[in-house]
Design a binder for this molecule. Sequence first.
Ligand code: PLP
Length: 359
Amino acid sequence: MSSTLHNFNAGPSILPKEVFTDASHAVLNFNNTGLSILEIGHRTSLFQSVLDEARSLVKELMNLDENHEVLFLHGGATTQFMQVPMNLLNENEIATYTETGTWANKAIKEARLFGHVEIAGSSRDTNYTTIPKNIIVSPTSAYLHITTNETIAGTQWHSIPYDCGVPLVADMSSDILSRSLEFNKFDLIYAGAQKNMGAAGVNLVVINKNILGGVSRIIPTILDYRNHIKEGSMMNTPPVFAIYVVLLTLRWLKKKGGVAAIEKINKQKATLFYDTLDALPVFKGIVAKEDRSKMNAVCIMENQELEKEFLTLCMKEGMIGVKGHRSVGGFRISMYNALPLESVKAITDLMKDFANKKS
Ligand SMILES: Cc1ncc(COP(=O)(O)O)c(C=O)c1O
């Protein structure tokens, strides 16, 4: 195998090298305290300052107003699939969902446990290779839920339905902090940290506090967003190390110039990848061009033997995580914030060489 590795994993995925270095120092000696980050109490001023800085960096990088609270919660984005309807949807009410793939469907399944679900737009007919357009949301809906980036299908919302007329909720697990959006127009954003934000084990939840308090059910204490806001994400022991890695990743992003700056690089990477894909007939893009994800690019080959051959070559050349999800097949190239442009250059060069040899 090549000594230079290029990490295209879909998640957990590549993080900046300096994050790994600083995180490993903190495991041995956190801020020169002689203690590991893993052994300091979460209610010490040492950890409180980690949490405070992480919260304030999220606010700064997303340019959030004072109505939007930032929470760091346990349970991965999957917990949010149920926590969102539990807090926002009464049993006799409707919530509107868009059905764009595996992740949207998981969210829909959980919402149905709490109330009625209306599907405002579905790409099931195109096998989830498109994003629904012109969605109409009933004004009585408790909220609209979108999955801004479908990690498996390789699609992404490029036109956000900000003016849907009801609270807008988004699963941003796989494109959080990768592009400039009008974050204050979302009423609830959730994202597992393990792609663009840090290590697995913590969830970012950004919530407009004004949408809370409208459901009549009794919400278990640990699942009620209002309690987490009140306690500043410190109701119980938070995932301290995962939050520390988020802090380091946010510091890195700020140093890079923030979301707008990383978006420029993400665009360059995606353009290089998709231009290469479109120029090589041996590879086939399956997602509608206007809905292609800048985070997870999906493609196949008509010939399964050639697919295997290319995957073997990728392995030999140090290209990690290129195999597509089992439900889609082919290849998935994940190009999260921390992936350098050089890695996309490396894989597109490999694709060109391979295509030349096969033509
Ligand atoms: C878009 C999206 N939503 C939700 C999830 C589930 O996240 P978790 O594993 O943190 O529960 C994933 C995981 O990859 C995802 O890509």
